[in-house]
Design a protein around this ligand. Structure first.
Ligand code: SF4
Length: 255
């Protein structure tokens, strides 16, 4: 990037209301908002000026000190950038009612990630609000926390038709938004709910029965796979194993 290009880039950022530059996830979310609004995936910000480039800038192009967005603001900016009527993947043509962004504490230490919105979630615009969601709320309360203290999201944000599994192109398009949310919230622990979320996040085909009971280091957090609450509704005895996983979560939170 030339000096002129760098100055133009910074002018562009200032027009967007970005105060200064930072490598923080919150800043990246704000910077990437226009990219997302234009239908581009978040990805790496290769055009972000390097530290050397910043040091070489002329004095009159020096930006004011970086002002990092608070996580709540950064999440709101990301939500706005995705938009209420996202059309980036084919799910927008397959009957979804709305984008289900995610809900909870923007600074949560514990985050739950499921597969995709179901019918109730699609209607209400919030993840895990149906019967499985009510069970998830009980699971959260079982370790002495409330739903408001954690953050809940899905690998993809629109309901697949007939609750089928998300397809690779849908995951590939939508998953970067989840990674942006993770980068903003920076949870200490991520619980992957069910086979699909666990396999998708860990890029593995190992069965959930082999993944659960283990702790993975993943994107700066400890990732704990466990059974999906919908599976527990069909197989109540599996609650015992989920309780073991949640005790591990509690232990790690207290460490
Ligand atoms: S699933 Fe994600 S990428 Fe696809 S339309 Fe919904 S929000 Fe957009």
């Amino acid at each position: 990037m030339t000096r002129d290009e760098l100055a133009a880039h910074l002018d562009y950022m200032r027009e967007l209301g970005v105060q200064g530059v930072s490598r923080a996830a919150e800043w990246r979310a704000r910077v990437e908002a226009p990219r997302l609004a234009e239908g581009l995936p978040p990805g790496e910000t290769d055009d972000m000026p390097s530290d050397d480039a910043l040091a070489a800038m002329p004095a009159d192009a020096t930006p004011p000190p970086a002002v990092a967005l608070a996580p709540a603001e950064a999440l709101a900016a990301l939500r706005q950038a995705i938009g209420p009527d996202c059309t980036r993947c084919k799910l927008h043509t397959l009957g979804r009612r709305q984008v289900v962004f995610g809900v909870g504490n923007p600074q949560a230490r514990l985050m739950f990630v499921g597969e995709a919105p179901g019918e109730d979630e699609d209607k209400q615009g919030e993840p895990f609000v149906g019967r499985a969601g009510q069970l998830l709320t009980k699971i959260i309360e079982a370790i002495g926390m409330t739903r408001e203290q954690v953050y809940i999201a899905n690998v993809i944000k629109c309901r697949p038709p007939g609750n089928r599994n998300p397809e690779p192109d849908e995951v590939g398009t939508c998953e970067p938004f989840l990674f942006e949310q993770l980068g903003i919230i920076q949870p200490r622990i991520v619980v992957a709910l069910g086979k699909f979320a666990a396999q998708s996040l860990l890029r593995t085909t190992e069965p959930i029965t082999k993944l659960r009971g283990r702790v993975f280091e993943w994107r700066g957090a400890s990732l704990i796979p466990t059974f999906h609450p919908a599976y527990l509704l069909r197989n109540p005895p599996a609650k015992r194993e989920v309780w073991e996983d949640m005790k591990k979560v509690r232990e790690l939170l207290q460490a």
